[in-house]
Design a protein around this ligand. Structure first.
Ligand SMILES: *[C@@H]1O[C@H](CO)[C@@H](O)[C@H](O)[C@H]1NC(C)=O
Ligand SMILES: *[C@@H]1O[C@H](CO)[C@@H](O)[C@H](O)[C@H]1NC(C)=O
Ligand SMILES: *[C@@H]1O[C@H](CO)[C@@H](O)[C@H](O)[C@H]1NC(C)=O
Length: 719
């Protein structure tokens, strides 16, 4: 029966292939004339950056050939050199236009699931918008309210909250009084939090009602903190008791009210305290993958320069709409939201739990944020794109075989014609339309940054979402900006050309065998130099002088990443110095690279590759996707009820062999070298979260911790 079906679907695919070929043959001349593919194709490979020197030394410097755009020039002319001026400019340009939108939460209700479990879900209304003027008033009042409560200019203020409108408003309120903001990820572990708050001598912490409980626990360790400002949860009353006499707890609204009263008497007018370009705007704690987190000091000038360089990449339109859900404590999100405001693009706030109609906190029958907002722009990290990709693939895998075959055929067809410079408007508006609809159906482009995006995912998302997925490269230390793909760029796995604010230097790294005279492309450690390079690490002069240096009047940052420049001037990040392990035979395994390839496999939820330099092969610690593992196990007659079963299962070893085989097959497909492929594997039922200390707040692996935690398993795999 099965073979009859599969041959039926093969026949169908063959038929479709014939029809498509005929159609293509007939319409090609028409497409050729209308779409002018030669022009599009020429744009794929125009020069983005050129080397300034010719590698007589052990380094080569690349600079963008892009001209500064007219808008960028105008902003320079208008002397926008602090974030405070940027905000004021946005407000005076866009006054009564919608700025920030938040969904109204109507109620939270229990919903019975098909399996009888009960989950809490939201019933959500539409977006409620603050205009620019309203936002400005609120920010001004917030800043004044802080002054009323005793804070002074140059005094650090921590913002520790999830992404939401009040986050951005408080940040701008602080800037109006020239108070540097200290940002900490909402998902950071307690020790890291205490470290950041202590190191910056902060007395005032702005947080949210959801995080208040977490904060209560660490208050005894943060002796300096005497003021907590709490952004309210619309559904629950705010409990202000139980924090001791030394700590004042005030609601966000209360601060606004105080500020507004102060304004009537003309107190604390912001103008007096406007920041200067060199003043500190943000101390951003990055979740280092080793040791305590470091606070990166960004001046106003750093951030503005980084932000404005994005305006050279491509046009933004009046009807663009942005959907925000990445942490605002992530520099990419902070800068992009500030940029959209400058252009009058409305920002609608979402969360990963309410983004689509099928998201886990959305009540049945209620629309997800994307369906209501219908954004044209989103910014993602690869983790999110990987998840979306897996979801789409699962749906297709779960459907009938012929659908899968047609889908694969369409992907192949589309990619081929796009590579030749053609467009596929009919496929876009038929087969791929439902996938676009997943994110509201209007996405014009997706930004991706924060970590390398697997080339497969990149291609898949671009093809199925029918829009460019612009990958960028940048670090907190460079205010997110370094490179970004442009709209003409059709490459996969690159991160585009340098932005106009900085030069990129590749420096030969002999030990790792990456040199600037490698063929065909120069390779080496990436150093970034420009006006976007941060001031340094807060109270860490040693770490600062190790990572930053001055040369010819430019500030440079050593990234520790290994890059390669293509002929067109695209940067590819190919490795990381720390992730490289030399195996016994002398081959280097790049752990990060192997992980990012294997992660694409739907069996994998998370994976950590470990390579012992005294051994011949790497091994893998793997957190499986339970549903996929269950399917695979069932095929061999192994029953699994829950994820916890995996570890104590009598046939665990057999399961591990099955998964290993699948991964090895997958590795061959991604053209991994033999010595890069793990030869042993352990399945884990633990989910790796920042709380467990095994991953950073941005979900990057903390290798040392993982290794220590699972040492006995690693030993077993090697024995
Ligand atoms: C190619 O690039 C040029 C310059 O960026 C642009 O003006 C032109 O519209 C592009 N052509 C196409 C077909 O995208
Ligand atoms: C806070 O910082 C001081 C020095 O600045 C240090 O002595 C103290 O141990 C720190 N406390 C915590 C809880 O980290
Ligand atoms: C179809 O999708 C591709 C990306 O996959 C995009 O570049 C192109 O503009 C889309 N065409 C139309 C007509 O929407």
């Amino acid at each position: 029966m099965r073979s009859v079906l599969s041959s039926a679907s093969e026949a169908l695919v063959l038929l479709i292939r014939c029809l498509v070929s005929t159609y293509t043959f007939i319409t090609l001349p028409l497409y050729y004339v209308i779409q002018k593919p030669w022009r599009v194709k020429a744009n794929y490979s125009t020069l983005r950056a050129r080397p300034l020197n010719h590698g007589e030394e052990d380094f080569v410097v690349y600079r963008s050939v892009t001209k500064i755009s007219d808008v960028h020039a105008k902003f320079i002319q208008d002397k926008l050199d602090t974030m405070e001026k940027v905000f004021c400019s946005a407000v005076s340009q866009h006054k009564n236009k919608p700025a920030l939108g938040t969904r109204v939460i109507l109620s939270e209700e229990d919903e019975m699931q098909p399996d009888g479990k009960i989950f809490k879900k939201f019933l959500l209304g539409g977006f409620q918008w603050r205009t620019y003027t309203q936002m400005n008033d609120e920010a001004e009042n917030f800043g004044r309210g802080l002054r009323e409560l005793g804070l002074k200019p140059f005094e650090n203020v921590v913002i520790f909250a999830e992404t939401r409108a009040e986050w951005l408003i408080s940040a701008n309120g602080c800037m109006k009084q020239n108070m540097p903001i200290v940002t900490l990820y909402a998902s950071l572990g307690d020790d890291a939090l205490i470290h950041g708050i202590n190191e910056t001598d902060v007395s005032c912490v702005v947080t949210s009602q959801q995080l208040l409980e977490k904060f209560k626990n660490i208050l005894p360790s943060t002796k300096n903190v005497n003021l907590l400002i709490v952004m309210e949860d619309p559904l629950k009353p705010l409990e202000l008791e139980g924090y001791g006499d030394a700590v004042r707890v005030r609601s966000y609204q209360e601060v606004i009210r105080r500020g507004s009263e102060a304004s009537k008497s003309g107190k604390f007018s912001g103008v007096l305290h406007s920041p200067k370009p060199g003043d500190t705007a943000i101390i951003m704690y990055t979740s280092g993958s080793t040791g305590a987190p470091k606070g990166v000091i960004m001046s106003h000038q750093n951030i503005v320069n980084a932000m404005l360089s994005y305006t050279d990449v491509g046009p933004l339109y009046k009807n663009d709409v942005y959907m925000a859900f990445l942490p605002l404590a992530h520099v990419l999100e902070f800068i992009s939201e500030s940029l959209w405001m400058l252009f009058g693009i409305p920002i609608g706030y979402s969360t990963p739990l309410t983004m689509t109609d099928e998201s886990s906190k959305i009540q049945r029958g209620c629309q997800g944020d994307a369906s209501v907002l219908r954004p044209t722009i989103i910014a993602c990290v690869p983790l999110v794109l990987d998840r979306i990709q897996k979801k789409i693939k699962e749906k297709i895998e779960g459907g009938p075989a012929y659908k899968k075959a047609i889908f694969n055929l369409a992907m192949e067809y589309k990619n081929e014609w796009i590579d030749h410079g053609y467009d596929t408007p009919i496929l876009n508006s038929t087969l791929f339309k439902p996938i676009r609809a997943f994110l509201g159906g209007r996405i014009r482009f997706v930004l991706s940054g924060g970590a390398p995006l697997a080339p497969e995912t990149h291609k898949f998302m671009k093809t199925t979402l029918c829009c460019p997925v612009l990958q960028g490269y940048g670090l907190t230390e460079t205010c997110a900006a370094t490179t970004l793909m442009d709209f003409d760029d059709n490459s996969w796995g690159t991160t585009g050309g340098p932005l106009t604010c900085c030069d990129i230097k590749l420096v030969s790294w002999v030990e790792g065998d990456y040199r600037i005279n490698d063929w065909p492309n120069p390779r080496g450690e990436i150093h970034i130099g420009g006006s976007n390079v941060a001031v340094g690490y807060f109270k860490q002069p040693e770490k600062t002088s190790k990572a930053f240096y001055e040369e010819n009047g430019r500030r440079w940052f050593r990234t520790g990443d290994i890059g390669e420049f293509t002929q067109e001037g695209f940067l590819k990040v190919i490795d990381r110095q720390k992730d490289l392990v030399k195996l016994q035979h002398g081959e280097y395994v790049s752990l990060g690279k192997v992980e990012s390839e294997l992660k694409i496999n739907s069996l994998v939820d998370n994976i950590c590759i470990y390579a012992d330099p005294t051994k011949m092969f790497p091994v893998a610690l793997l957190v499986p996707n339970f549903d996929q593992l269950k399917n695979l196990a069932e095929k061999s007659g192994i029953e699994l009820a829950t994820i916890e079963d995996v570890c104590n299962h009598p046939r665990r070893q057999q399961m591990e062999q099955l998964v290993l085989k699948e991964l090895q097959k997958h590795a061959v497909k991604c053209r991994l070298q033999k010595f890069e492929v793990p030869q042993a594997l352990t399945l884990l039922s633990d989910i790796w979260t920042p709380d467990s200390g095994l991953v950073t707040a941005a979900f990057k692996l903390k290798r040392k911790n993982i290794q220590d935690h699972y040492q006995f398993l690693i030993n077993r795999m090697y024995s």
